[in-house]
Structure formats: C-alpha cells, structure tokens
Design a protein around this ligand. Sequence first.
Ligand SMILES: NC(=O)C1=CN([C@@H]2O[C@H](COP(=O)(O)OP(=O)(O)OC[C@H]3O[C@@H](n4cnc5c(N)ncnc54)[C@H](OP(=O)(O)O)[C@@H]3O)[C@@H](O)[C@H]2O)C=CC1
Ligand SMILES: O=C1O[C@H](COP(=O)(O)O)[C@@H](O)[C@H](O)[C@H]1O
Length: 536
Amino acid sequence: MSWENDMIPPPTSEQDRRYSVSAPLSKDVVDALIASMQNNLKFETPYVFVVFGASGDLAKKKIYPTLWWLFRDNLLPANIKFVGYARSDLTVPKLRDSFEKYCKVRDGENEKFVKFLEHCSYVQGKYDTSDGFQKLKQYIDAFQTESNNQPVNRLYYLALPPAVFNVVSTELKQNCMDNGDSWTRVIIEKPFGHDLKSSCELSNHLAKLFKEDQIYRIDHYLGKEMVQNLMVMRFGNRILAPSWNRDHIASVMISFKEDFGTGGRAGYFDTAGIIRDVMQNHLMQILTLVAMEKPASLNAEDIRDEKVKVLKATKIVELKDVVVGQYISNAECSHPEASQGYKDDPAVPADSVTPTYALAVLHINNERWEGVPFFLRCGKALNEKKAEVRIQFKEVSGDIYPSGELKRSELVMRVQPNEAVYMKLMTKKPGMGFGVEETELDLTYNNRYKEVRLPDAYERLFLEVFMGSQINFVRTDELEYAWRILTPVLEELENKKVKPVEYKFGSRGPVEGDELMKKYGFVFTGTYKWVAPNKL
Ligand SMILES: NC(=O)C1=CN([C@@H]2O[C@H](COP(=O)(O)OP(=O)(O)OC[C@H]3O[C@@H](n4cnc5c(N)ncnc54)[C@H](OP(=O)(O)O)[C@@H]3O)[C@@H](O)[C@H]2O)C=CC1
Ligand SMILES: O=C1O[C@H](COP(=O)(O)O)[C@@H](O)[C@H](O)[C@H]1O
C-alpha cells in the first residue's frame, strides 16, 4: 500500500492531475492520513528526504527538529530515510549532537528519538562535482533495492547559500532524479535572488531543470497559523466580506517586529537588508492574502493566480513612500544585545547604509483597493517581538456622538507571539451612563483552544510537500511580480546610498515611520487599553 496514493486518487487527466497534486490538505485528507498512520498500516513506498547543507544553521535549528516532530507524531511515511549531505566530515552521531537540543525531546520520547536517528544517514560530498551526487544516487538505488525495488520518492531540501545553488540543482538533475515512476520535489529556501534580474535568472535556471510542480519555494510565514487563517477569515465570514474594500477600510498595516538585532547573522544581513530579508517575501506574501480576490476554488493554482493578480495591480514602490532605519546602541535598554548598534558588529562595514528597519507604503491600483494605503513595516532591535495584520476601518458616517468619542474600529490578526484575532470596536460604557468606549471582541488562541498544539510553520509546510500541495509555496510568477514592486526602490536606496535614520535599540523605530503612516491617514489615538482576560 502506498502512503500517498491511498490518500489522493490517481489522476485521470491533466486537470485532475493538477487538482490532485495541488489540492489543499483538507480536513478529511488529514484525518484519513492520521487515522491510517495510527492504525499502523504498513506503508512500503520508500521516501528519501535529503538535506543539502546538513551541517548548517537552518538544518540543525529547523529542518531536523521539524522532521523529528513529524516523525514523532507518526505523520511521515514509515519507509523513509533522512539523508544529510554536506562537505563536512560528519556522521549521524555528530549530526545528532548539532540538532538534538533544538528537537526538544520530551520525557518518554527517547526510544522514539533513537528510532528517528536510525532513519538518518549522512553522505559527504562536494557541491560542485558529481562524485558526491553519484554517492547519493547509489545510496538511493540501494534503498530502492531494499524496498522490494519500489521506486523511491525524493524530496531534496536545498538549505544552502545562494552561491552554490545553481551547481547543486544542476548536479541533482544530472544524477539524482527519479525515473518517472516516482516523484522528485525540490524545496528551495530564500533568498530567491537579490533583485528582479537575479531572481529571474535563478527561476530560468530552475525552469530548465524542473517542472513548476517540482519546485517548492518555501516562505515559512505561509505556514503560520494566522497567515493560513487569513483566507478563512476573509472568505468564510459573510460579516467581513462586504466591508473588505476601499469603501470601509482606511488602511492595512502588515507589521513584523523583532526585539533582537542581527547578532551572528550580520555578515549575511549586510548584503541583504531588512527589505530583502523580510519585506519582499514574508510581508508581500501576507499582503497578497489580505488583498486578493476570492479564488475560484482552494486549488493551489486558483489561489496563486489571484495572488499574482494583486501583485500585478500593485504599483512600484517609490522612494518618497519609504522610510529606512538602522539601529544604534542604547545604554538605557536592558536587552543583553542593546549595547551593540548594528555597525558595532565587526561583520558590518563602518559606512554601511543597510536598513535594519523599513516602512513602505504600497498602493494597489484596482477597484477594491484604490486609495487604501498598505503599510509594510519590518524591523530588528525594536521594542517588542510581534507580527500582525491590522485592518483599520474608516470612521462611521454621520457621527451622532460627541466629537472625538468614536474611534476607528480595527481588526487585528496577531501572527505571533500568542496568536489572536481581535476586533477593536466601540460599545456603550457599561452602567448608567450613555458614554461610549473602545473595547474588543477577543479570540486569543491560548484561551479558546487550550488543548490544541499549533504546529510549527515548517511542520505544516513539510507535510504539504509530501502531499504535493503547492498552495503555500511561491510560484515563479509570484516571485517575479513581488521583485518588480520593490527592486527599483532597492536600487535607488543603494545607488544613492540613502542614509538610514538612526533609531535606538529597543525603541519603536524611527518616528519618521509613524509620520509617513499618519500622512497616509493611519490614526493612532493611544486611548485603547486592553486588559488580559485572566487579569480581569
Ligand atoms: N487577545 C489579546 O492578546 C489581545 C491583546 N491586545 C494587546 O493590547 C495591546 C494594545 O492593543 P492594540 O490593538 O495594539 O491597541 P492600540 O490601538 O493601543 O495600539 C495600536 C498599535 O499602534 C502602535 N502605536 C503605538 N504608538 C504609536 C504612535 N505614536 N503612532 C502610531 N502607531 C503607534 C502600536 O504598535 P507599534 O508600536 O507596533 O507601532 C500599537 O500596537 C497590544 O499589546 C495587544 O497585543 C489587545 C487585544 C487582545
Ligand atoms: O526569514 C526570516 O525570518 C526570521 C523570523 O522568523 P520567525 O518565524 O521567527 O518570525 C527573521 O528573524 C530572519 O531575519 C528572516 O531571515
């Protein structure tokens, strides 16, 4: 019995194939999958999950731990091998030493963890010659023989620096593909290029090697619970749909804040900057989900078609609509890194103008959104760690209350930490009076879903690659249009060496950011006070 084919009926036509390959993980499919796993059915189809760059940071902090959690929860096919590949002289015990602490193995799970390690192996090889890839091929062939000659499904995760990306994908294609009787899927990590030109070059290179349905460009924000919730909120609630447009919405703010600096990653970061690191990918992806039209179905291509349409309608960002900042040390901040400004890091050139904060105002030129500013804001070393989508509604027309009492309603989807959806609105102040006050309808996941473990974004996304669902992966044209919007301003910032505004470690970032938002109509009253339910 095959792990996957029992869950998804075999394709009968090109359209069916698209549907079956790209279908979302519907609840029925997931339930069936889990039920089958729990029934301990014997699944023989062999799978390899190869981690290129197994010695690296992402591998130890994210990829191996995610594989372990999926393995622990019986969500992976039984006959699977996790193969690490890198140049370093490693063994499975050495790999284990690097990733075990991130796996958070709990009491009682040790035996299972040992089993997980039994599924792990390591192939040492170079990235730019065929020898290592030939070794990998031999490993996979031997695994096939061991598995009654059943063809092996292959997932290749390229957790590698961009410099070796082209050679590795070329070697993979030459040496390690399936023969057409199983499948090969390639997972690719950002950065997907440095600008529009390099991104297109990379996409063209990949397109020569792989079909679109073999390429999984991972943007881990698409695997986060609240980002996945965006479509359900929008298209599953009649109450929201009629007001989701320029007639009712004053602005949309998509915000990503971190309360720590670039420590340890400054070398990479200085070549990228926050716009490439976060805005071009995570925030643009969220924007498309907030702004797109309802897709014809939950089919991956229908959804991605709508995302592309929004990106096409989005105007190229102009320098006047951008504020960039760079953090400096702050002796008054208690954060352990606050005594180091960005440029105090030895990996950062003294004259670096790389932004660690950016606010950009985007304009979508379509019937739904014309005139509604979309604020994309991201920054490191700020006052808090928070990612959220904030929809600010317009004032009510014909206000009958004393001037200034009514405040704008807001719908906030807090992506992290503490996932929540809350609607800030006006109610009558409880009691004898007639006054009004701001309050909230609050869906805090920790309160409402006490027993539910929200999986890590990578867990969801890995499972989707196994299932062949591409909904939450970035299609080539999506990427191209997202770069088109931001590349000119990136070039202008770099060519003109625009000096970022300095902001203190642990602050809210440059006031110029707030001023630009205000200029475009964002209203911050500072009058709202939230009391956590358990503090009432
Ligand atoms: N379920 C829950 O857990 C709930 C939690 N809350 C919490 O209550 C707190 C306040 O709620 P919130 O909706 O954010 O209410 P506010 O309307 O008070 O604040 C809105 C946001 O405006 C930003 N802001 C602050 N100062 C300025 C300024 N000078 N100019 C422009 N923007 C400014 C802040 O974000 P920034 O600094 O990022 O710009 C703030 O988060 C939050 O911590 C929120 O997480 C609220 C409801 C439910
Ligand atoms: O892609 C990236 O994301 C992380 C933030 O991810 P999160 O899931 O912890 O919110 C960010 O720190 C990093 O700079 C960026 O490359």
